[in-house]
Write a protein that binds this ligand. Structure first.
Ligand SMILES: Cc1cc2nc3c(=O)[nH]c(=O)nc-3n(C[C@H](O)[C@H](O)[C@H](O)COP(=O)(O)OP(=O)(O)OC[C@H]3O[C@@H](n4cnc5c(N)ncnc54)[C@H](O)[C@@H]3O)c2cc1C
Length: 499
């Protein structure tokens, strides 16, 4: 984008209807202790509600102290990579920005598998949104789950009934697990998307070694120590590699009745190749390295059933039963349900996976003041779907922030260039000192790739304190082979009882 998109004037186009302005001025009669800009109508007296309803369709309340008349109201739903990027790049813009997230923290998902495997603690990979945005005086952070969007009256509603009005809405609500219509599998094969998921996986992984130590039957021990990771994308491969390291190095000498390094780890991939998108040469190097950690890759194996201690897979027309003490799901995600919600609301198209189809400026063609970015957005570039990865969400967030600046400055829409994603490549860590990197046609594997992986992940971590902590933990683990976060917490419905 050109620098001409930055605001050049304090004058704003008329962003609101006359009624809305009247509505705002009517609030000045509220006492100082009256509710802030997102207070629900149910907190108001009947007289106040009546007064408001003459001016608006929804019982909004704007805080006269915070909201300057005619200032644009921008609501961002989601404080992940996309939403946070919008808020950051809107710094200093003359608008009231509200970022709403159901968690009070930004989560660095690419390192979740390290929490799931005890290398890092949850706090290492998350940063409180308030702390990250504390210097953005035009930005308010709200903790809440958005459950309803009213595009016509321009407000979002939270699960607790509170409402928040907007002139521009940015939806960056990300994705959730996708069990392809088999939600019942979730109980037996937890996925990795949230901190809670990571802690649950860590609990199951560590508990299964304890269960095996208690088990006297050798055959049952062997089955308990068979780990199955479903899905051979980056997350599945990183998870499997880390499990191999735990078994071979971290737990070495910790048990008396079992030998953790005899653990077997299977990656079950439904497609023809793990790490789709990587060259076949890199994939074969990755497989060789995984094999050194007792990780076996099964490609073209389709999962048919998942039960507490076994799964049924189909391969070459035959069904196979695989018994396992710990089954983990890394086979895919689906867009947040807010996508379908907004699509219904404004008559927007969704693609096959449920992502909202956006135009070249990332807004919804039928609702140009609503932008959808990140994992929730469907957009093609050069005939290919833009990937659901963190850099895409960050670039889209930055672009939308610039677009909003331009709109607020009164620049014509024609001056806004279409979004273009710059794909900077992909990288996956396989094990200690070994990663694979694919940057367009250039690909390499090994120690240098691993160093690059470390550097990129440190650079992208949200807060300086997290970077220091993570660097310290990685340094410690590298020299000691230890994993500092190896505690078993909570007592979910695991299979500590054995197979
Ligand atoms: C385990 C794992 C590993 C990954 N590894 C990599 C990697 O190595 N490299 C890479 O580039 N990408 C990786 N990704 C993908 C990357 O994390 C996503 O592409 C990226 O997070 C998408 O950003 P987003 O802003 O669209 O969504 P997210 O970052 O997921 O943020 C969505 C936010 O919206 C909030 N939210 C959702 N619904 C609501 C609601 N109704 N109300 C309020 N708030 C809501 C959520 O709490 C969350 O904070 C990984 C993903 C996972 C799960």
């Amino acid at each position: 984008m050109t620098s001409s998109l930055t605001p050049t004037s304090q004058e704003h186009p008329p962003l609101r209807t006359e009624d809305e302005t009247v509505f705002e001025s009517s609030l000045e009669s509220f006492p100082a202790s009256d509710p802030p800009s997102w207070t629900a109508g149910r907190d108001l007296t009947p007289e106040q509600l009546d007064k408001l309803s003459r001016h608006t369709e929804a019982p909004f309340v704007s805080d006269a102290k915070q909201t300057v008349a005619n200032r644009a109201r921008i609501v961002i739903v989601g404080g992940g990579f996309g939403g946070l990027s919008v808020a950051r790049y809107l710094s200093g813009v003359d608008a009231d920005i509200t970022l709403i997230d159901r968690h009070n923290y930004h989560l660095f998902q690419p390192l979740l598998y390290q929490v799931a495997t005890g290398a890092l603690s949850p706090a290492n990979i998350s940063a409180p949104l308030r702390a990250v945005l504390k210097r953005r005086k035009n930005t308010t952070v709200l903790l809440g789950e958005v459950t309803h969007i009213n595009a016509k009256s321009k407000f979002v509603r939270l699960a607790n009934g509170k409402e928040c009005s907007f002139d521009y809405l940015v939806l960056a609500a990300g994705a959730d697990h996708n069990y392809f219509g088999h939600q019942e599998w979730r109980e037996h094969a937890p996925g990795l998307k949230t901190i809670e998921d990571a802690i649950e996986i860590r609990r199951r992984v560590l508990s299964i070694f304890e269960a095996a130590e208690l088990e006297e039957d050798r055959e049952k021990q062997r089955k308990l120590l068979r780990f199955v990771v479903i899905g051979g994308g980056s997350t599945g491969v990183e998870l499997a590699g880390a499990l191999g390291e735990i078994a071979q190095q971290t737990l070495k000498g910790n048990f008396r009745r079992i030998n953790p390094s005899s653990s077997e780890i299977l990656i079950i991939e439904g497609g023809p190749q793990i790490l789709p998108g990587y060259s076949s040469k890199l994939v074969s190097k990755a497989k060789q390295r995984l094999a050194r950690h007792n990780v076996t890759v099964k490609e073209n194996w389709l999962v048919k059933e998942i039960h507490a201690d076994y799964l049924i897979v189909e391969h070459g027309g035959a069904l196979h039963k695989i018994e396992s003490g710990c089954i983990l799901w890394a086979a895919g995600v689906k867009p947040s349900s807010l996508g379908a919600l907004v699509a219904n609301e404004v008559g927007a198209a969704v693609d096959r996976s449920g992502k909202v189809v956006v135009g070249e400026d990332l807004s919804i063609p039928t609702a140009r003041n609503i932008f959808v970015i990140g994992d929730l957005a469907s957009r093609e570039q050069d005939g290919k779907q833009i990937q659901a990865v963190a850099p895409a969400a960050i670039q889209e967030g930055k672009y939308v922030a610039r677009t909003l600046r331009a709109k607020i400055s009164g620049l014509p829409d024609a001056s806004i260039e279409p979004f273009r994603y710059h794909d900077r490549g992909a990288m996956t860590i396989i094990a200690r000192s070994y990663a694979v990197v694919q940057i367009r046609k250039v690909s390499f594997a090994g120690f240098l790739a691993w160093l690059l992986w470390l550097w990129v992940h440190i650079v992208y971590l949200a807060q300086f304190s997290n970077r220091l902590l993570v660097m310290f933990q990685w340094g410690w683990s590298y020299f000691t082979h230890n994993r500092s976060a190896r505690i078993i917490t909570s007592s979910g419905a695991g299979r500590e009882g054995g197979i």
